[in-house]
Design a protein around this ligand. Structure first.
Ligand code: ZN
Ligand code: ZN
Length: 583
């Protein structure tokens, strides 16, 4: 327990990027070779200790193992972290190559964060939704890595521990938050039909022997029973002093440090977001006034209240949207245009050999998000990158209309810059060019989301959307979402913001629909810090660019900045910063 503060003070003194003194190049090489060897061993050991994680990244040799969260298992994990920290500390990060130096800090941060999670955060005590076998089973059942029989045999092994898994949950949980309890009930109810129906359907069509099939079915029955009794226990257990879902300042600030790995503290980012919100409102009011004559629709007077004026103009511009049947086509048609724009404006090179495949979102994702990019894991060679587009087929007219207005012609283009080009998809193509297993598995969410958010703005700055006031106004609305995600997360978890005030912030000040705001409230009650990654990463990247511009003056090249920035893989921006400023 005492080790953690020491680790953090080391993190503050970090420094990557200076080339090791070249007096003895041979020993530098062997040091790096030894470090890389240790990384390889660490990763293999990590998979042995985290079978579920391994499976989700395409490593399937531990598919038949389910981690059960008894106290002994936690002790084992603590020992795992301490042992690997000891190995790590035999290296001096300053003497490693910049790539390895960054990996050093990523591993250290991961180990420290894992220890902190077990010793301080203790989500296993207050978050009943952290016990959910569903995703792991569904991933293997629906996988393409092995024959159906092979996958079912792995699942048969994995099912053995399901009753213990939920038994451990019942032993661990103490006064859970009501929100996480409700989520646990909802999600685990979905698991019953997985054991009682989906898996048995697959079993029938498989070539397992009759004896195997019989054993399998019996085990599935036991699993469904275990899930049912967990749900019943959650429903009936007296929880008169539930824990607040709000994390509170102390835990929140730490979680922010571990997850964002930012040069800013949570408080600093929150202050910046507040300031940014005011700036955006001022810019938007100017644009709304300018656009009013075009969108007044015969109204004699513009709304006096500036926020109301902005909202009115946004609502009227939003009527310009594609039809529900052409939504996916509209996205598909835009990708080549984005790539053309980037080429013509010399913004960065794009590898044409790794095309993005636009598809209707697969069934297991349904209802999650309007659009997302899914990429192959580090162990899935030759896997494709997909742009998943949600289908509106099952929606009534009203719901589809509201969604189409939200994703109107302007926002749809910005969404594509975020998800595809130059956002997530392009970043991924670059990250894959310098394969680095540590950065692939411990990639930094603030860098990844920050880059996509930065890409939106960079495109507009370079004239994407013809600098039309409509495009800028809609961009600001979209950008306000990232800004207000940060304000919301900090305000709720640290400052105790109420639901009512949160909805007011999102609807009045960020111009969101009530349904969207309600969804965001639910998300902030169930997650912590994650909503900050967009604005945190964006702020760091934008400031780094400004700093380099100041330094390099007329020699600054935007293309060179982008290509160099992306060449380091999904590393935290503060390390990339070190490497770019002190080459
Ligand atoms: Zn319409
Ligand atoms: Zn994103």
């Amino acid at each position: 327990m005492k080790k953690i503060p020491a680790v953090l003070s080391l993190l503050v003194m970090l420094s990557c990027g200076r080339t090791p003194s070249a007096t003895d190049p041979a020993s530098v090489v062997s040091r790096d070779t030894a470090f890389e060897k240790m990384c390889g061993n660490f990763v293999e050991d990590l998979w042995r200790h985290s079978p579920e994680w391994a499976s989700s990244l395409g490593r399937h040799e531990y598919d038949d193992i389910l981690e059960v969260s008894y106290p002994e298992a936690r002790t084992k994990k603590v020992n795992f972290c301490k042992a690997w920290m000891d190995s790590l500390y035999t290296f001096d990060p300053k003497k490693l190559s910049p790539k390895n130096c960054t990996d050093y800090y990523l591993i250290e941060n991961h180990l420290a964060a894992t220890l902190w999670g077990i010793i301080e955060l203790k989500a296993y005590e207050w978050n009943p939704a952290s016990y959910n076998v569903g995703e792991g089973f569904a991933l293997i059942l629906g996988g393409t890595h092995d024959s159906l029989s092979g996958r079912l045999r792995a699942l048969y092994g994995r099912m053995e521990k399901v009753p213990q898994y939920y038994d451990a949950a019942v032993h661990n949980i103490k006064n859970p938050s009501l929100e996480h309890t409700a989520l646990a009930i909802e999600q685990n109810e979905g698991n019953i039909s997985m054991f009682e129906k989906d898996m048995l359907d697959s079993l029938r069509s498989s070539s397992l022997t009759p004896v195997e099939k019989k054993d399998f079915s019996e085990r599935a029955v036991q699993c469904a029973k275990a899930v049912r009794s967990y749900i019943a226990w959650l429903k009936k257990t007296d929880n008169s002093h539930p824990r607040d879902f709000r994390l509170g300042k102390k835990l929140y600030l730490k979680k922010f440090e571990y997850e964002m790995v930012s040069s800013f503290t949570a408080e600093e980012i929150y202050q910046r977001a507040l300031k940014r919100k005011e700036e955006l409102h001022a810019e938007m009011a100017k644009l709304a006034k300018q656009l009013w004559p075009k969108y007044s629709r015969g109204d004699k007077k513009a709304p006096v209240d500036e926020l109301e004026l902005i909202r009115t103009v946004i609502d009227r511009i939003s009527l310009d949207h594609v039809s529900r049947d052409s939504f996916q086509l509209a996205i598909e048609a835009q990708i080549p245009l984005l790539e053309k724009f980037i080429r013509e404006n010399d913004l960065l090179a794009i590898d044409p050999s790794k095309p993005l495949v636009v598809r209707k979102e697969p069934a297991y994702m349904q209802g999650v998000a309007g659009a997302s990019v899914s990429s192959p894991g580090p162990y899935e060679k030759n896997g494709k990158t997909y742009y998943n587009v949600g289908s509106m087929a099952a929606w009534d007219k009203e719901r589809a209309e509201s969604y189409l207005r939200e994703y109107n012609r302007y926002i749809l283009r910005i969404l594509n810059t975020h998800e595809a080009v130059p956002g997530h998809y392009t970043q991924l193509v670059y990250a894959n060019q310098s394969p680095d297993i540590i950065k692939a598995i411990l990639g930094n969410s603030a860098m990844i989301e920050g880059w996509a958010v930065y890409g939106e703005r960079m495109m507009l700055e370079n004239g994407f959307g013809d600098n039309s006031p409509e495009m800028w106004l809609m961009y600001y609305k979209w950008h306000l979402r990232s800004v207000c995600n940060t304000i919301l997360d900090y305000s709720v978890h640290v400052l105790g913001m109420s639901r009512e005030d949160a909805i007011e912030l999102l609807t009045r000040e960020a111009f969101q629909q009530r349904a969207e705001a309600a969804g965001k409230w639910k998300r902030v009650t169930l997650t912590q810090v994650q909503l900050c990654c967009y604005f945190t990463g964006f702020t760091e990247i934008y400031e780094l660019r400004n700093e380099l511009k100041r330094r390099e003056g007329n020699n600054f090249s935007l293309k060179k900045f982008h290509e160099q920035f992306l060449s380091y893989g999904s590393a935290p921006v503060k390390y990339i910063r070190e490497m770019m400023l002190n080459p």
